[in-house]
Ligand binder design. Structure first.
Ligand code: SF4
Length: 376
């Protein structure tokens, strides 16, 4: 891994802002880049989207009053070590504290890049919490990057989760297909496929990252029956143009990766220079919706500061709405009326509509959040 200014200077012509950022990085956030990801850097241009994601700039040292160490309020939803339980039916399980690269926009910079990986006892406590909490249907392995665990260790962890009857789905959040695609080898895919239903969400931010190697890594996962989604963070000057986002989303779909979320940047310390205004995010979204296959359009969301959860911030396409009709604006900015149904009633209350499925999560023993529950 490249971690120092000298190592990076051997790769690119560092700009004064990058040199200043690297000099200050010890007090900001760890620097680290895989040799593969570094090989994608433009040697001459510091506006290269790869460089902007991993080489700190002087601006990173300007901490604004509104910026937070823990922008998503995760530290107040910690019922067990390594567990963040913010939403009713799912938990985040932080199984490792290292990453393949250290992204300058990372919202978990307070936790990753240190030298204190979760201990075996902490991971056991996390597994124990999941096992005794029946409302947890879904576990998202994150960190750090879970695919940095050895395949044997990861397989063991997945086996333990799979042995918990109420855990229905497992997700893995990883940037390794982007920054170290060779990690996605046949042995890893064979291990992961033993634990279906299992989903992988990765994190491509720019079409330049969609190299033949990265695309092949995603395809290996998909060929193992693992649906792969992508979460992009909107980053000013990195991907904040319609042209860039369209190319990325189309490229992802060609690699059989479903664009899932487009995130407004979190208010994490030292990232003001990377965030876009929300109205710009909406304008960019309008350049996607309708202009591309809907499968290629991610949901534009903002993760509410303080732990409020993800909130869609897509622009409003409804101009007016009453009992008779709805007036909408199309993607081409024309005005169209949609007539409401003449009969509004379906004869029975909505909660009495025929339903032959199993009882919902809230009916499970011990699963109903009580009034003191802090779940977002
Ligand atoms: S890979 Fe994810 S957790 Fe790691 S530094 Fe990047 S954004 Fe943060």
């Amino acid at each position: 891994m490249l971690t120092t200014a000298d190592e990076l200077a051997a790769q690119v012509e560092l700009s004064p802002a990058e040199r200043a950022g690297l000099a200050a990085s010890a007090s900001l956030f760890r620097v680290g880049v895989t040799p593969y990801y570094a090989s994608l850097m433009d040697r001459a241009h510091d506006s290269c989207p790869i460089r902007m994601q991993v080489i700190p700039r002087a601006a990173e040292g300007q901490i604004r009053a509104e910026e937070l160490r823990d922008p998503l309020g995760e530290d107040s939803h910690n019922p067990a070590p390594s567990i963040v339980h913010k939403y009713p039916d799912r938990v985040l399980f932080l199984v490792v504290d290292r990453c393949g690269i250290y992204c300058r926009h990372c919202n978990r910079r307070r936790l990753v890049g240190g030298d204190e990986p979760p201990t075996t006892a902490e991971l056991e406590a996390g597994l124990d919490y999941i096992a005794r909490t029946p409302r947890v249907r879904d576990v998202l392995l994150s960190g750090g990057d879970p695919l940095l665990l050895s395949t044997r260790r990861l397989g063991h962890l997945l086996g333990r989760l799979r042995a918990i009857p109420h855990v229905e789905t497992i997700r893995i959040g990883t940037r390794l297909p982007v920054v170290c695609p060779m990690r996605i080898d046949d042995e890893l895919c064979a291990t992961l496929r033993r634990h279906h239903p299992l989903f992988v969400n990765t994190h491509f931010n720019h079409v330049k990252e969609l190299t033949p190697e990265a695309r092949a890594a995603c395809e290996r996962l998909v060929d193992a029956g693992i649906p792969v989604g992508n979460q992009t963070v909107l980053l000013r000057g990195v991907n904040s143009s319609v042209r860039s986002l369209r190319a990325l989303m189309r490229g992802l779909l060609r690699a059989r990766v479903k664009p899932y979320y487009l995130f407004q940047g979190d208010t994490v310390i030292g990232t003001d220079h990377l965030r876009t205004p929300v109205e710009d995010a909406q304008r960019l979204y309008r350049g996607l919706r309708g202009w591309m296959n809907g499968m290629a359009v991610p949901m534009l969301v903002l993760d509410a500061p303080g732990g409020g959860g993800k909130v869609p911030i897509v622009p409003d396409y409804i101009e007016s709405l009453d009992r008779e009709r709805v007036v909408v604006r199309t993607y081409r900015d024309t005005r169209v009326e949609y007539p409401q149904p003449r009969e509004r009633d379906c004869g029975v209350p909505y909660d009495a509509i025929y339903f032959a499925g199993e009882p919902d999560d809230d009916d499970r023993e011990g699963s109903a959040p009580d009034s003191g529950d802090e779940l977002g």
